[in-house]
Design a protein around this ligand. Structure first.
Ligand SMILES: C[S@@+](CC[C@H](N)C(=O)[O-])C[C@H]1O[C@@H](n2cnc3c(N)ncnc32)[C@H](O)[C@@H]1O
Length: 348
């Protein structure tokens, strides 16, 4: 895979290194151990067991589930600072090569678009046909690992997120009688639109889909040519610095973006999104939670760190963003609680 230059806009934290400063800080850690020597000893035993299972040719799903569970336990047991110091040991262990037989894990490590969490990586999770060639080209072992990776709780939650958005859009479209205007921020490939009956039946007035990656914007242009979807090259920064004249919307949302934004940027962006809502318009933002039991595997073997948020973190963003505004707000979890959703409806 060829690496291209990352296109950072200075507002997203989409490399594991840049995000580390936000994630691996000591917060709410009074019940966790900061015993580095113990952590290193436990990790050495775990890595040794994983290597043994690999050399014994245990079933790939057994190895993967053991690894995901053991790392998840260690991540919970030790402080974020101690955990962050273990990550390079895991990434440099021989088992890292084993897990890269899975094309999804490998893509995440190689970062062919130059940053974490690109739309093609997410297309693996959506089982989108465009990624089939990568799966077919994988070894039998790789395909087996891949099958497991697609069923872990975080992958299930991402597919649910897409479906929830499709449902929400279709429901809104039916009550807006063809007048619905949507803005998607960090749209990726806008896969929630693929199954939208409202889009198919031309019940949406306009749908602006903004992303910072020109390759993803190009892919959307091809996919949605002739529909009301209008892909736009743009970023959190270009939005915050008012470089677009997009007008107002009934529904503005961001999924798979807040996981890369620190609180300061998240609050600024939320305020900006609220300012683009028509009366009664809704803003939705999604974020991974600490209940994601795959987080440790993602941070280590996939080099894909996310800024996870609790219900209280979501409320803090909402309260800080909605000062002096007349709004109705909700925070809800997805079914397996790996993703949490904030909803803000403008009443004025
Ligand atoms: C994890 S994908 C999510 C894609 C899609 N929203 C979904 O739910 O499947 C993250 C997307 O966010 C985009 N992105 C990351 N940082 C961004 C920024 N600062 N401004 C605009 N887009 C950004 C990336 O280009 C990528 O397409």
């Amino acid at each position: 895979m060829k690496n291209i230059n990352p296109m950072f806009d200075g507002e997203s934290l989409i490399t594991p290194n840049s995000i580390a400063a936000e994630i691996f800080v000591a917060k709410n850690t009074e019940k966790r151990s900061d015993d580095r020597a113990l952590a290193e000893a436990e990790l050495a035993i775990t890595l040794n067991l994983i290597e043994k299972m690999i050399s014994n040719e245990n079933h790939p799903s057994t190895i993967m589930s053991f690894t995901v569970e053991r790392l998840c336990e260690m991540r919970k047991k030790f402080t974020p600072v101690v955990w962050s110091e273990l990550i390079p040991f895991i990434q440099n262990n021989s088992s890292a090569q084993y897990f890269q037989n899975d094309p999804f894990t490998k893509w995440s490590v190689m970062k062919p678009r130059g940053y974490s969490g690109d739309a093609q990586l997410i297309d693996f999770i959506y089982r989108h046909e465009s990624m089939n060639n990568h799966i077919v080209a994988a070894s039998e072992l790789g395909q087996c690992l891949h099958g497991y990776a697609m069923e872990v709780s975080s992958s299930v939650a991402v597919r649910e997120r897409r479906d929830l958005l499709t449902r929400h859009i279709d429901e809104m479209a039916s009550s807006y009688g063809g007048e619905l205007e949507i803005l998607t921020i960090a749209a990726g490939h806008l896969r929630e639109a693929n199954r939208s009956s409202a889009l198919q039946n031309a019940q949406i007035k306009r749908w602006i889909a903004l992303d910072q990656d020109p390759l993803s914007v190009g892919a959307m242009r091809r996919e949605f040519a002739g529909t009301c979807v209008d892909p736009v090259d743009g970023s959190v920064r270009s939005l915050l610095t008012n470089q677009h004249d997009l007008g107002e919307f009934n529904f503005v949302y961001a999924s798979g973006l807040y996981d890369y934004l620190n609180d300061k940027v998240a609050i600024k962006l939320t305020r900006k999104c609220l300012s683009m809502l028509k009366p009664n318009g809704v803003f939705l933002f999604a974020n991974f939670t600490e209940e994601n039991s795959n987080a440790a595997y993602m941070e280590t073997y996939m080099n894909w760190a996310l800024l996870m948020r609790s219900e209280a973190d979501m409320w803090r963003i909402i309260h800080e963003s909605c000062k002096d505004m007349d709004v109705d707000c909700q925070v809800r979890f997805g079914e397996n609680r790996n993703i949490v959703y904030g909803f803000i409806r403008r009443k004025d």
